[in-house]
Design a binder for this molecule. Structure first.
Ligand code: ADP
Ligand code: MG
Ligand code: ZN
Length: 497
């Protein structure tokens, strides 16, 4: 893009980045926040609406108790205080995708506040302070038709789908995060990955970034080294993968560095991340809170969760992420470094699910962290966005363990699964990938290899068993990599002993 960028390392010599992360989690309640409409993803447009979520005059909202329960559980998992009394507020705006023209949200009385989570990256633990987690409703969706990008620019017209209007959201906002230095982009990514795992473990959301059930806006500013005055922040939206959070922040840090170093000023604004181009563009200049004319929602009663209920909900919390990581490290017999790789690749839940599906932990780790992480990187997606399930990875490993395929063929099986050719067994059948271990077929190839390499054969006869590798390689080549290597070795040694 046009932006002047400063070298990342150079920015870090002169400035300290400060992060601020806003994460929206769409709850998986059966019905919406204030009405009984269904919330299923992908339904035909405007089939999940009613007078309440369409904001028709005379309708009254009724609060979804399950959503409050989920909000409290999220708040507790973030080590927050839970309000004993709080209210909703109207956030007034021109919302084409929300006909009421206000969002029912929480403002100065959030259900959860003052929490903290710790995030580990590169072996260092960072404390991320949580400002609040509040309840609100989602807006509908504008579908821009006719443009090349799906954005409003260049579109011929726009359609409105109100299915999402009124779906319960929890917005989790950090306090400014200081002291992450050159790890700032990774800490942000790790924080969101941890949050995702935590919310998934709570069972209150599908947390699928690519479907928008977990969305992150990333704020960042730069502080000159030695200063303690916050710089002006930008807020980058449109981040729908963990990878884009990290990339966008790195970009913004480099861009702001260049602006400040040239004596310029950073404009407080929202920015959009362009994933394909790898740059941010300017959005709207940011409203101040006053502009929204917040006021307490008169149509809803205050929320006053009893301390007994909060205690009951606390008892339902899953194991905290750090403890869980420690437990699994021991159970799986991983080293700290191996577990860090798993965590760093965002693969913990995937490895766990693969182990649950029957794979040995080391194999599950190898496939996700070595093989699949590389492919995710190549295609620019997150690991859990790859079209392969933990059960399928476990099935690939089962084929390896049964000797049906070797490691090399297993990679081709994975290619097939990723290409949508079906389950591993189906891919093996369709692509003819099974290893040949039949003595007859292998014997012919072994004899041919011995004949073609008489000098190697002589060495083996003379007792240099290591030389067998050359013959095994030759057999592998004639059989397109599909020979059972152990069997081939055995046949060679019996023939030449
Ligand atoms: P907005 O309504 O503008 O989105 P929020 O308060 O919801 O504001 O979120 C702003 C986020 O940015 C919070 O996480 C906050 O801690 C963080 N933040 C505020 N000021 C700065 C700053 N100067 N630099 C970096 N982050 C900041
Ligand atoms: Mg905000
Ligand atoms: Zn409705």
């Amino acid at each position: 893009m046009m932006d002047e960028l400063m070298d990342f390392a150079e920015v870090l010599e002169r400035f300290d980045p400060v992060l601020g992360l806003e994460v929206h989690v769409e709850l998986n309640t059966a019905s919406k926040m204030f009405c009984g409409c269904a919330t299923a993803f992908g339904a035909a447009p405007n089939t999940q609406t009613c007078p309440v979520c369409l904001g028709l005059p005379g309708t009254l909202p009724v609060l979804n108790g399950k959503a409050v329960e989920s909000a409290i559980r999220i708040g507790l998992a973030l080590n927050c205080e839970i309000a004993s009394w709080c209210r909703f507020a109207r956030k007034n705006y021109f919302y084409p995708d929300m006909t009421k023209d206000f969002q029912t949200s929480q403002y100065d009385e959030p259900i959860a506040y003052e929490g903290h989570v710790s995030v580990e990256t590169g072996g260092v633990v960072y404390e991320v302070p949580i400002e609040r987690a509040h309840m609100e409703e989602d807006a509908g969706k504008l579908v821009h038709v006719g443009g090349a990008t799906g954005r409003i620019e260049g579109a011929e017209y726009s359609l409105l789908d109100y299915n999402r209007a009124g779906v319960p959201l929890i917005e989790i906002v950090t306090k400014p995060v200081f002291g992450t230095g050159d790890r700032a982009p990774e800490v942000a990514r790790e924080y969101v990955a941890d949050l995702r795992d935590m919310v998934r473990a709570l069972g209150v959301s599908d947390v699928r970034m690519e479907q928008g059930s977990l969305r992150c806006d990333a704020n960042v500013s730069l502080m000159p080294k030695g200063s303690d005055t916050l710089g002006t922040r930008t807020e980058t939206k449109n981040l729908n993968s963990l990878r884009s959070i990290e990339r966008a922040l790195r970009y913004e840090i480099r861009r702001q560095g260049a602006v400040l170093a040239a004596g310029g000023r950073v404009t407080q604004e929202t920015r959009h991340w362009n994933e394909a181009g790898g740059y941010t563009t300017s959005g709207r200049s940011k409203e101040q809170a006053e502009d929204y004319r917040y006021f307490p929602e008169p149509d809803l009663v205050p929320v006053a969760p009893s301390r007994e209920w909060v205690a009951e909900l606390r008892a339902t919390l899953p194991e905290p992420p750090a403890e869980r990581r420690r437990r699994l490290t021991t159970e799986w017999g991983f080293t700290e470094a191996e577990m860090r790789d798993v965590q760093g690749a965002g693969a913990l839940d995937l490895v766990l699910a693969t182990v649950v599906a029957g794979a040995p932990p080391a194999a599950a780790r190898k496939w996700w962290v070595a093989e699949l992480a590389r492919r995710a990187n190549e295609t620019g997606t997150d690991l859990d966005g790859l079209p392969i399930t933990p059960a399928q990875v476990a099935a690939v490993q089962a084929l390896v363990d049964a000797g049906t395929v070797n490691d090399k063929l297993a990679r081709q099986v994975i290619d097939g699964v990723l290409a949508g050719e079906g389950d591993p067994a189906a891919v093996v059948a369709a692509r003819g990938l099974a290893v040949v271990s039949d003595d007859g077929a292998l014997g012919v190839a072994v004899d041919a290899a011995i004949e073609a390499n008489p000098d190697v054969a002589d060495k083996i006869r003379a007792g240099k068993v290591q030389a067998a590798g050359a013959l095994i390689g030759a057999v592998m080549r004639t059989m397109g990599g599909k020979a059972d290597a152990a069997k081939v070795r055995e046949l060679i040694l019996t023939r030449l002993s």
